[in-house]
Design a protein around this ligand. Structure first.
Ligand code: MGD
Ligand code: MGD
Ligand code: SF4
Ligand code: MO
Length: 876
């Protein structure tokens, strides 16, 4: 075991694209102790709340442990033979394009390589696409158009060198928290300036100098304005411009855009331009507010144009930095996971590239046209063109736009295989064949993070039950389809070596992705592989790209591309007057299959919600904690209203995380239109149109239980607590008998009941005991239930007389909603600290209450609370 301590194993966090190194130690009880790796260049020991809670998510309670066909457990031979036979049969009858793989930026590079080789080399179709289509496709397209290759020029160290960091459509504080901490640490030392460009005020704005709350989708107009101002200010870098072409046309086009569409005032735009132009060392970080747009590729190029025009590319402290979402989003792009690329940055359209890959793989045929991109792929599943589908490591029935239609398409597909770690997902429930895979802490491989650093993921826990790693399952199917020689891998290192050797061929074609320096890595070398930034070849090792030009278009020059602003595809109208923006919360990961297992992560925002401006809420008669219905032309959702001026009037924001498993009426992608960027095929997940109405619920409920609950009501949302689970409930009709309803909810036909009715019409409180021990409680009210939720969630430890009152006994103060998940510190505790102990800074809160002193992810929210209290005091 390499590194710190004799037992700790170095690995990589399986969540975001920051790619933090972790030190893992088994706790002896099936769990893991997780610490930040002080030697990993991405995080130097830091972790965010999600990384710190990894140990709470490795339990086996929800795991799928054996293959299933039609819901029945089978052995691996039966399952694998069935998959191989059905795919082979379908291909024989309907051709290779009648089958498809839909994979994930969370696969390890080795898994991805095998999936891509199987589809593009041997099945002979390019119908393999990945959830990176929903995530990074616009950046890939933008990079390729500008640079001739999909390459992030800079490195994370630029964040320490930059004097200005601009976040465009990135909530870095919540989505890449360790990078945000790196920027904040530097800001504290050197006063790095931060600008946030986002229609919504996010946690990332708390530490920022400027927040440009532009209109959704108007980024191109803003960056076109910046390009024009760069020219006007004489800030063009003429010597660097010799490495580029297209400036004149781009400037002409830019001048045609009217920056009024941003909705920002002219002074603010001017101030932003002045700051950007006047600061040589500027890093522009961009993410899903840019990519997930019907003009996503143009947004990317509008940003790259400004960096190219000023020569601020690949220099220490300056450059564009696309932050990748998933842990191996970058690796997937390198390995050719998208339906329009070959492995190692080789091009599907290039006959020489195709021939080289075909020869290297000894493959029968490499397709010469791109396969279906995600949205089109699921359309083809829906209309019957795709007849066999294999979904690996992703949950499209939740995360794809028009999710109800996608769910129906998967359900109707003649043959669907799903590889997952759990059967409890919206997608897995639709599978004909369900394949159990080993999870991150049980498997070996590599991932590449946002700054091209390849890190090892290392197995530390035994693979439970019959689970097997993804690469092995894919290779087994390849063998059984008749290509044993090509898929006879025994271990991930063999795959990695083959991949590295292929990248050498790409290098000889003059491609940038070349890791041939690692092609002779032995098992020991692979085991010990330290984080390594590519390229790794005889001529180059790591570093930045393009500081001296050297682009990958045939003439070696970058393209400054004329782009112009386009409004989002869906237009608001009297029937759908709101723009629906969607995204992430701090402590949940996508469809929650892992993070929702952690009580402390579940405590942060325990229920799906929609942010709505106070003015709009007032006009619609929506009060705090009301439930609202969102309708779009695609679908419908019920969510809790959070009234806040963080969103602009006419706009609402809802998280993407909730699913059929956790809150079936809150699957937000059911509302999102499947409109895509014409260049990248990436869906516009951030600008659908909706109608908002207050839900006229007859009753509201809050329930806690030591065991799983099975709600059957109009609205419910479940979350994990340290004692079991809790649920928010609501119904349109009041049950005739609350006792019957509660017993059914808790599945407690026999338990002893204590119940209190009133005070007031329709108020009921029911508590159930088994052997004298409290096991469940339900609180019902005709208005949203006001009880001390976080206190009650500690049941069964909660003393009962206080339980039925819904309040804690006087000597146990209610900590309020948990803000600091690492130390379980609640809002009320922090507020009391600020008011009673006079804590005046985030540091003082940390010193007195520990809040914010571990991962630091909650520091922006602590700062927000301080500002709120101070503003209140100032007003008094
Ligand atoms: N906690 C947490 N962290 C994560 C993830 C997670 O699930 N949970 N997922 C990971 C993944 S896969 C990804 S891709 C990243 C995503 O990371 P981010 O892109 O930072 O996250 P999002 O919340 O999707 O969107 C970012 C912001 O875009 C803004 N936005 C919407 N429309 C526009 C627009 O037109 N212009 C601009 N400028 N901004 C706009 C939204 O208001 C939102 O605040 O996060 C990664 N990290
Ligand atoms: N409205 C809206 N929709 C969005 C977005 C948005 O911002 N707004 N963001 C989009 C983006 S950027 C992304 S990246 C996607 C993410 O969306 P998804 O990829 O659908 O979300 P995850 O929950 O990460 O799904 C991963 C699945 O893999 C399973 N799994 C975990 N470990 C393993 C393993 O080792 N092997 C296998 N085979 N399975 C495993 C998990 O249990 C889970 O079911 O969502 C997209 N959808
Ligand atoms: S920032 Fe957090 S989620 Fe992202 S890799 Fe690091 S610890 Fe994991
Ligand atoms: Mo993503």
């Amino acid at each position: 075991m390499d590194g710190a301590g004799c037992e700790a194993v170095r690995s990589t966090c399986p969540y975001c694209g920051v790619g933090c190194g972790v030190l893992l130690t088994p706790d002896g009880a099936g769990g893991l102790d997780v610490r930040g790796d002080p030697d990993h260049p991405a995080n130097r020991g830091r972790l965010c709340s999600k990384g710190s809670a990894l140990g709470e998510t490795v339990g086996l309670g929800q795991r799928l442990l054996a293959p299933q066909i039609g819901g029945q457990e089978v052995d691996w031979d039966t399952a694998l033979d069935t998959v191989a036979e059905r795919f082979s049969e379908t291909i024989a009858r309907h051709g290779p394009d009648s089958v498809a793989f839909y994979v994930s930026g969370q696969l390890l590079t080795e898994d991805y390589y095998v999936a891509n080789k199987l589809m593009k080399g041997f099945i002979g179709s390019a119908n393999i696409d990945t959830n990176s289509r929903l995530c990074m496709a616009s950046t890939v397209a933008g990079h390729k158009r500008a640079f001739g290759t999909d390459t992030v020029p800079g490195t994370y160290e630029d964040l320490e060198e930059a004097d200005l960091v601009v976040l465009v459509g990135s909530n870095l504080a919540w989505c890449h928290p360790v990078l945000y901490q790196r920027v904040l640490a530097e800001r504290k030392k050197r006063g790095t300036k931060i600008v946030v460009i986002d229609p919504r005020r996010t946690a990332s704005c708390d530490g920022a100098d400027m927040h440009l709350a532009l209109q959704p989708g108007s980024d191109v107009a803003l960056f076109n304005r910046l390009l024009v101002e760069i020219d006007r200010a004489g800030a063009l870098d003429h010597s660097y411009l010799t490495h580029t072409q297209g400036l004149e046309a781009a400037l002409e086009q830019a001048a045609l855009d009217d920056d009024a569409v941003t909705g920002l005032d002219a002074a603010q735009i001017a101030e932003f331009c002045r700051l950007w132009i006047g600061t040589e060392k500027v890093v522009t970080i961009f993410s899903q507010g840019v990519n997930q747009s019907s003009s996503g590729s143009d947004k990317v190029n509008a940003i790259l144009n400004c960096h190219l025009a000023t020569g601020r590319v690949g220099k220490p402290g300056s450059g564009p930095l696309s932050v990748t979402g998933q842990p191996n989003a970058m690796g997937g792009r390198e390995v050719g996971g998208l339906s329009n690329m070959l492995a190692c940055h080789l091009d599907l359209e290039n006959a020489d590239h195709r021939a080289a890959v075909r020869d290297f793989w000894a493959a029968p045929f490499v397709p010469d046209r791109p396969g279906l991109k995600a949205v089109d792929m699921f359309r083809a599943v829906g209309n019957g063109r795709i007849k066999a589908l294999w979904i690996i490591h992703t949950n499209p029935a939740v995360s794809m736009p028009d999710a109800d239609a996608v769910r129906d398409a998967i359900a109707a597909c003649p043959f669907t295989v799903v590889s997952d770690i759990t059967a409890a997902t919206d997608t897995a429930r639709l599978a004909d064949v369900l394949l159990p895979t080993s999870a991150w802490a049980e498997k070996d491989g590599t991932v590449t993070n946002s700054d091209r650093t390849i890190s090892r993921q290392r197995a530390i826990l035994p693979a439970p039950g019959a689970t097997r790693p993804d690469w092995e399952i894919l290779a087994e199917v390849g063998c059984r389809m008749g290509w044993r020689e090509a898929f006879d891998y025994q271990s991930p290192v063999e795959i990695f070596r083959e991949y590295a050797a292929l990248s050498g061929i790409a290098g000889r074609f003059g491609r940038d992705f070349d890791i041939s320096g690692l092609q002779d890595l032995g098992a020991e070398g692979y085991a010990a592989l330290a984080p390594t930034r590519w390229p790794v070849s005889a001529s180059r090792q790591g570093g930045r790209f393009f500081a001296e030009g050297g682009f990958y278009h045939a003439d070696g020059k970058a393209r400054i591309l004329p782009v112009s602003w386009r409004a989002p595809a869906a237009r608001t109208a009297p029937r759908y007057p709101f723009v629906l923006n969607t995204g992430r919360t701090r402590d949940q990961w996508h469809t929650m299959t892992r993070t929702a297992l952690s009580p402390r992560l579940s405590a942060h925002l325990a229920e799906p919600f929609v942010e709505i401006h106070p003015q709009d809420a007032r006009a619609l008669g929506i009060g705090p904690a009301d439930l609202v219905t969102l309708d779009s032309p695609q679908g419908k959702a019920i969510l809790r209203a959070r009234i806040t001026d963080a969103v602009q009037p006419g706009q609402v924001f809802a998280p993407m995380h909730w699913t059929g498993e956790t809150a079936p009426s809150a699957r937000i992608d059911a509302l999102v239109a499947a409109v895509t960027d014409p260049v990248s095929g990436q869906p516009e997940s951030k600008a659908s149109v909706v109608r908002v109405t207050r839900l006229q619920a007859a009753w509201y409920g809050f329930a806690v239980s030591a065991r799983p609950m099975a709600p059957h009501v109009d609205y419910w949302a479940l979350s994990t607590t340290s004692a079991g689970c809790r649920a928010e409930l609501a119904g349109l009709d009041t049950p005739v008998n609350w006792e019957v309803a509660a017993r059914r909810l808790f599945d407690l036909p026999e338990a002893d009941l204590t119940s209190v009715h009133g005070p007031g019409q329709g108020v009921a409180r029911l508590a159930f005991r088994e052997n004298g021990r409290l096991v469940a409680a339900l609180f019902v009210s005709p208005t949203p239930v006001a009880v001390m939720r976080d206190y009650l969630a500690t049941l069964p430890d909660a003393p009962d007389q206080s339980l039925l009152s819904g309040r804690s006994p006087a000597d146990v103060p209610d900590p309020g909603p948990i803000l600091c998940s690492c130390f379980g510190v609640g809002v009320n505790t922090i507020l009391a600290g600020i008011e009673d102990q006079g804590l005046m800074s985030v540091a003082a809160i940390g010193a007195a209450l520990q809040a914010g002193t571990n991962c630091g992810s909650c520091r922006p929210e602590l700062a927000d609370l301080l500002t709120m209290v101070q503003a209140k005091e100032a007003a008094e």
